[in-house]
Design a protein around this ligand. Structure first.
Ligand code: SF4
Length: 324
């Protein structure tokens, strides 16, 4: 059995923009533009970047929840790109997602039992009694009282609802879970509880995670590796330790400069990036980061940098040729 659980190869997701009476395709939003990475069994890879960088679209495209434009995704050796709903059904059990917003992702008219049991029923797991037992077991594992089964989502706090979302995803015994900003809608005081819970569940249930976040500070202690996305592309990918201790790409450096330091004596110089992330409808020429990059040179405007390995970081920048 290969160590690689998920292999993403040159994945693209473009959304057509239609105009006029005939609704002709006038342009494309290049939400995900040629990204490649793999995730090993038992690993957590974090996909990080500002809002609008394409990370959530990438998560949905690699789960085949939305069709990709081109590229391939292999899960456990099986190519899933373009697979039909029926071909995906057995794999859906193994590939789950936890959504960002625990308020809108749970059906308010369904009880806790119905929400958690739904996936078990769809995938034909167990008989009625076994499913009821599984619901109680998974609620207990995520820290919810199994006696809550007849309650409705509105009776819970935000943190409890996210625990419920996690229970729903894990009830069907997945091996791979996309965690799409699972804590960003929660109070800061609750965030660390959910992070600890996800870490515990990963260890005890032998899970593999893709953790999507806009905030580098929350993924540090959860991630084995981190991929930084900017405007549809991965600009740096490295082990968590290497990325945090020695970021190489100017964008990663800017993101990290905004992360509060754990030791007050550590002084950080905040790099303030001018402007917002440009529109993926018309991405800048050359290096897409050049209009905001403090180090941009003439070549950056003309030529897109190739991703290359520099001191065990995969990095796409003309000026990075060795670690500092
Ligand atoms: Fe900045 Fe140029 Fe590197 Fe892009 S290629 S990140 S613009 S220095």
């Amino acid at each position: 059995m290969s160590d690689t659980l998920l292999d993403v190869h040159h994945l693209k997701k473009y959304f057509p923009v239609r105009r006029g009476i005939l609704q002709r395709v006038a342009n494309h939003v290049k939400a995900v533009d040629d990204i490649s990475f793999s995730i090993n069994r038992g690993e957590t890879l974090s996909l990080v970047g500002e809002s609008g960088c394409g990370k959530t679209t990438a998560g949905r495209a690699l789960l085949n929840l939305i069709p990709s434009t081109s590229g391939t995704v292999r899960f456990d050796g099986i190519e899933i790109t373009g697979a039909s709903t029926s071909e995906m059904r057995p794999l859906r059990q193994k590939m789950q997602i936890v959504f960002q917003d625990p308020y809108s992702s749970l059906n308010p008219r369904m009880t806790v039992k119905a929400i958690v049991e739904e996936g078990l029923t769809i995938h034909g797991i167990g008989n009625r009694q076994q499913r009821t037992e599984r619901v109680g077991e998974i609620l207990h594992r995520v820290g919810l009282d199994p006696s809550y089964v007849h309650r409705y989502p509105h009776e819970f706090s935000g943190g409890q609802r996210q625990r419920l979302g996690i229970a729903r995803a894990l009830a069907v015994h997945p091996t791979f879970v996309v965690l799409d900003e699972p804590i960003s809608a929660l109070d800061v005081s609750i965030q660390s509880q959910i992070i600890n819970l996800l870490n515990d569940l990963k260890r005890t249930m032998q899970l593999t995670y893709l953790f999507i976040s806009h905030d580098l500070s929350v993924v540090r202690y959860l991630s084995d590796r981190v991929a930084v996305m900017y405007l549809g592309e991965i600009v740096e990918l490295a082990s968590s330790q290497m990325l945090y201790e020695n970021p190489l790409h100017p964008y990663t450096k800017a993101l990290l400069s905004a992360v509060p330091r754990s030791k007050p004596q550590q002084v950080s110089t905040r790099v303030k990036l001018p402007g917002d992330v440009p529109s993926p409808l018309n991405p800048p020429s050359g290096c897409r980061f050049h209009p905001r990059c403090p180090l941009a040179e003439e070549i950056c405007r003309r030529q897109a940098p190739e991703a290359k390995v520099v001191d065990q970081h995969l990095v796409a920048c003309h000026l990075v040729t060795r670690a500092e």
